[in-house]
Design a protein around this ligand. Structure first.
Ligand code: SF4
Length: 483
């Protein structure tokens, strides 16, 4: 039986594996005839290479093999695993699919499928840990330059680095790991060889700030040490500034929860209405001030929207504002700037407020959902309406803002905001501009979202829609903007 070899560089590259696998398939090289090599590895049986030989140039079977996208995605993830057998495992699966087992992946008891799933899951878990536990430290003497040290279990740096590029687009950073490094210069991502831990700064001035922040948002009532150890394995602790606080926070948790209960008994809270479908309301265990609430929301992971978005866009305005405007979610401009209502819809709202003589700076402006939900089309990010699950997940932040600001009047801009405040099933067009009294006596009404006005087309519809928005907002004119 003839033996062949193929070399993959880097060994986690989907493109490199794909090219080699296609080549082997075209030459009808069975999985047991093929040695998969990477780096400087040599074939044990001295098998000649399929690549760069006559065999590559004169491929006998040029018919392409089509595989389902799900297999390609599985392969991309598995390739990042350190298991040296993954290359041949994937090729064996591809071979089987190409030779008639088209529904191989639908068989969850197949040993190859089971193994591939396990590898993929381990890589996903490692990627998640990297996203959660990388901590950047400022490079002394350089402005806005940061380095983080991390020790992943698998080859995940190339896979996860784009996440950090999106998230920290405005700073220059590098992530060093023992085998690979990623660099972002503010515009482009590049990769290089691994580094040493001593190449990364160990501490910067922000660590103390971070520890103070962490101690403030640490919620002893939610402490679950078993879950904490599962989610934050001890090997990551040495890189986390907050790790030094944890033993004390855990020791004090019981007393702090008791204190909370005592406080709650002495000072009954203002009741915030929560619709039947709602997520839990913000409780007294939540951050004590609007600023602390904002800080806590900036690290929110209550729903998947945080991941592709740039940042949490929290509400803005005087903390004693009488009027709170609630929109749907941040748009593209808001996501990039971190401020609500700064894009085209915000500018239309500004115009309406200006024409009504209402000072925008006196209002508290926020959104029902704090992260931008979008779909990518080429280079563009197209707004995608948040689902009820996102609204419910995000409601505690909105309710926290309402609780801290205590506005006299809430205006819901659009159906999503109305759902968040009044509950699912609110008919916006039948009820716009009509006053309602919430359970805690706050008055509220809903009107159309300025982005809906912008979407109207034709000769008259845009003007009519704008007038509808303005007529509803007119009701705010008599209200003293701050208390
Ligand atoms: S959208 Fe809201 S709930 Fe979801 S992650 Fe963002 S802040 Fe958290």
């Amino acid at each position: 039986m003839a033996r062949w070899s193929v070399r993959i560089d880097p060994p986690w590259s989907l493109q490199a594996w794909r090219d080699a696998a296609r080549l082997a398939l075209r030459h009808a090289v069975a999985p047991e005839q093929l040695d998969w090599l990477h780096g400087e590895e040599a074939s044990l049986l001295d098998a000649p290479s399929l690549q760069g030989t006559d065999a590559e140039a004169g491929a006998p079977h040029d018919a392409p093999t089509y595989v389902a996208k799900v297999f390609v995605e599985l392969a991309a993830t598995c390739l990042c695993h350190r298991d040296p057998q993954r290359l041949s495992l994937l090729y064996r699966m591809l071979w089987r699919i190409a030779h008639g087992e088209r529904s191989l992946l639908s068989n969850p008891t197949d040993p190859d499928v089971l193994r591939a799933m396990a590898l993929s899951q381990a890589v996903r878990r490692d990627s998640h840990k990297m996203k959660a536990f990388v901590r950047f430290r400022e490079v002394p003497g350089q402005q806005d330059a940061f380095i983080a040290w991390f020790e992943p279990e698998h080859h995940i740096v190339d896979r996860v680095a784009p996440f950090f590029a999106r998230r920290f687009a405005g700073m220059r950073w590098a992530i060093l790991t023992p085998g690979r490094s990623a660099h972002w210069d503010g515009q482009a991502l590049s990769f290089g060889p691994g580094g040493r831990q001593s190449d990364a700064p160990t501490e910067d001035a922000r660590e103390e700030l971070w520890r103070t922040y962490y101690a403030n948002i640490f919620n002893p009532a939610r402490l679950n040490t078993r879950m904490m150890q599962q989610e934050m394995p001890a090997k990551y602790w040495k890189h986390l500034p907050e790790a030094t606080l944890l033993p004390q926070l855990v020791r004090d948790a019981g007393d702090r929860v008791q204190e909370m209960h005592d406080r709650q008994a002495q000072a009954p809270r203002r009741r915030i209405p929560v619709p039947a479908t709602g997520a839990p309301a913000v409780t007294d265990t939540a951050p004590a001030t609007l600023g602390a609430l904002r800080d806590a929301a900036s690290a929110c992971r209550r729903c998947p929207l945080w991941e592709p978005a740039t940042q949490t866009v929290f509400g803005e305005g005087p903390p004693n504002a009488s009027i709170m405007l609630v929109g749907e979610q941040p748009g593209d401009s808001e996501d990039l700037s971190g401020h609500p209502f700064v894009g085209p819809a915000g500018q239309l709202l500004d115009r309406a407020l200006r024409e009504l003589g209402i000072e925008r700076s006196a209002l508290y402006l926020t959104n029902a959902v704090k992260h931008f939900r979008f779909e990518r089309r080429g280079k563009r990010r197209i707004h995608s309406k948040p689902q009820l699950t996102h609204v419910n997940a995000c409601r505690p932040w909105l309710m926290g803002e309402i609780e801290k600001v205590r506005p006299q009047v809430i205006v819901c801009l659009g159906a999503t905001a109305a759902t968040a405040v009044f509950g699912a099933g609110f008919n916006l067009m039948a009820n716009h501009g009509r006053w309602h009294v919430l359970d805690d006596a706050t008055r509220a009404f809903a009107t159309v979202h300025p982005s809906w006005v912008l979407r109207q087309t034709g000769d008259e519809a845009p003007g009519n829609a704008y007038q509808l928005l303005k007529n509803d907002l007119q009701q705010l004119v008599e209200i003293k903007p701050t208390r």
